[in-house]
Design a protein around this ligand. Structure first.
Ligand SMILES: *Cc1c(COP(=O)(O)O)cnc(C)c1O
Length: 468
């Protein structure tokens, strides 16, 4: 029988047997950590593990906390806490613009330009000719003019910021004119809780909804105009599609309504698609240059969706409308950093050179020939010695072209525990993100970058070998 007194004596023995901090620090398991991190960080981690051990023993835990065990625990905790948690992954999902996986990978030229801008000084806001202050907005404007045909252009942090500053500068600055007319079918949530009605309200504009969810006519907009109306806002329904009995007026029709009323037309086209998606067997995706041609005062789009560049919001349109944004106090809050400016310039240059389909990764992936994808999936299968090659569909993703897919060929494996297999692929030093469908593990070569095939093959070999 163990009396309370015995148990207390037992506990104090156990606590006394815990190793000292110095004893744990001398364990080989921590030599790597001591090389890599400041000693004080390692000491703190060891102390934290010893505290946890003391608490566990106090609660009647029976574990033996030897110096090697505590060192091991401290090393693992340090790794989890201090190692950069953002790291490269291989996207084998087949979703080209995968928002959770960082959206668009940029071109080699854009990555180089971003790295150069980040690692050295640049003329970001310096006029080299005159040796005095310049403007960061000037680096992108000529390129934005050239690709979209607009009079003026400017970049901000992302497209959400583009919409926010456009509303704040043009639909909230004059307290007498804050109403913004939006079709009921377009007062949508873009994703991540970004809702058009909330953005307008927060920016100080007043949403006036017109029409119905599925049908809105130009006359509905015209009837909603008052002396308090600032603008018509059109928002591309990027991540969903209403099919069937639907109607939305074109930008040109809305331009006519706006002209009649003397108000602005602001067009959020979303994905920043500069190429004609119909050439790739996809539905038409609104292009900024088409909206400019139709007469929109401001056209807004993302830099890292179908444009295929770094995160940014691009705003193009009339000179006076863009200049009003440039001089708004929020511009300083929302401006892009130098790496984004450099990456955007390099990305836009691909479109001006006419080689975007070859150089911009998202377009290279969208354009990839199914036969070439079949050959890659076959090569994986023959190297791995398992799995099947099957026809499937890749999605475009990123809130663009909803329900649109491209035919592909995937490597697929029937597996008793496919979600465990997918997890094993994600647990690698370079995680691989795959799909699980109908009890099968599926990897789509379309979104696996060419240099990543060897890593995928090695991972699948290990997976198949481990399961055997
Ligand atoms: C994606 C999207 C946004 C938000 O763009 P971010 O660059 O993610 O901020 C806004 N409007 C539309 C229509 C979009 O598709």
């Amino acid at each position: 029988m163990s009396s309370p007194t015995n148990r207390r004596a037992d506990l104090s023995d156990k606590l006394r047997s815990l190793p000292s901090v110095d004893r744990v620090l001398s364990e080989p398991a921590l030599s790597g950590a001591l090389d890599r991190w400041r000693r004080s960080q390692v000491v703190a981690a060891v102390r934290a593990e010893l505290d946890t051990a003391r608490a566990a023993l106090g609660n009647g835990g029976e574990t033996t906390f030897t110096a090697p065990i505590v060192a091991e625990l401290a090393d693992r905790a340090l790794g989890q806490r201090l190692r950069p948690s953002l790291r490269p992954v291989i996207n084998a999902t087949g979703v080209v613009i995968h928002t959770n996986l960082g959206r668009a990978p940029v071109s080699e030229a854009a990555a180089r330009a971003m790295s150069e801008a980040a690692s050295g000084y640049s003329n970001l806001e310096f006029n080299l000719g005159q040796g005095n202050r310049g403007s960061r907005a000037n680096h992108l404007e000529p390129l934005l003019q050239a690709v979209t045909g607009a009079e003026a252009g400017v970049a901000v942090n992302n497209n959400a910021a583009a919409l926010y500053i456009s509303m704040a500068a043009h639909c909230a600055a004059d307290a007498q004119r804050t109403e913004v007319i939006v079709s009921r079918g377009q007062a949508v949530e873009i994703g991540g809780g970004f809702r058009i009605p909330d953005v307008l309200r927060d920016a100080g504009a007043k949403l006036v909804e017109v029409g119905t969810t599925n049908r809105t006519r130009a006359a509905d907009y015209a009837a909603a105009v008052t002396e308090r109306t600032a603008a018509i806002l059109r928002v591309h329904s990027s991540n969903f599609r209403i099919v069937g009995f639907t109607e939305e007026p074109s930008a040109r029709e809305l331009r006519a309504v706006a002209d009649e009323a003397g108000i602005m037309l602001i067009d959020d086209v979303g994905s920043g698609c500069l190429l004609d998606t119909r050439d790739f067997g996809l539905a038409y995706e609104p292009r900024p240059q088409d909206s400019i041609e139709a007469g929109a005062d401001l056209v807004l789009f993302s830099g890292d969706k179908l444009l295929g560049g770094p995160q940014a919001g691009l705003i193009v349109g009339r000179r006076d409308s863009v200049d009003q944004l440039r001089s708004h106090p929020l511009m300083r809050v929302l401006r892009p950093d130098k790496a984004a400016v450099a990456g955007l310039a390099a990305t836009l240059s691909h479109y001006l050179a006419g080689d975007a389909v070859e150089t911009v990764p998202v377009w290279r992936m969208i354009a990839a020939d199914p036969e070439e994808l079949r050959q890659r999936a076959e090569a994986w299968r023959s190297e791995v010695g398992a799995g099947q090659v099957q026809p499937a569909h890749s999605a475009i993703g990123g809130g663009s072209l909803p329900a649109e897919t491209r035919p592909t060929f995937v490597w697929s494996l029937e597996h008793p525990h496919p979600t465990d297999a997918a997890r094993q692929l994600r647990d690698r030093v370079t995680p691989i993100v795959a799909r699980v469908e109908h009890g099968r593990l599926i990897l789509d070569p379309r979104t696996v970058l060419p240099g990543e095939d060897d890593e995928v093959i090695a991972a699948l070999k290990e997976l198949v070998g481990g399961a055997a």
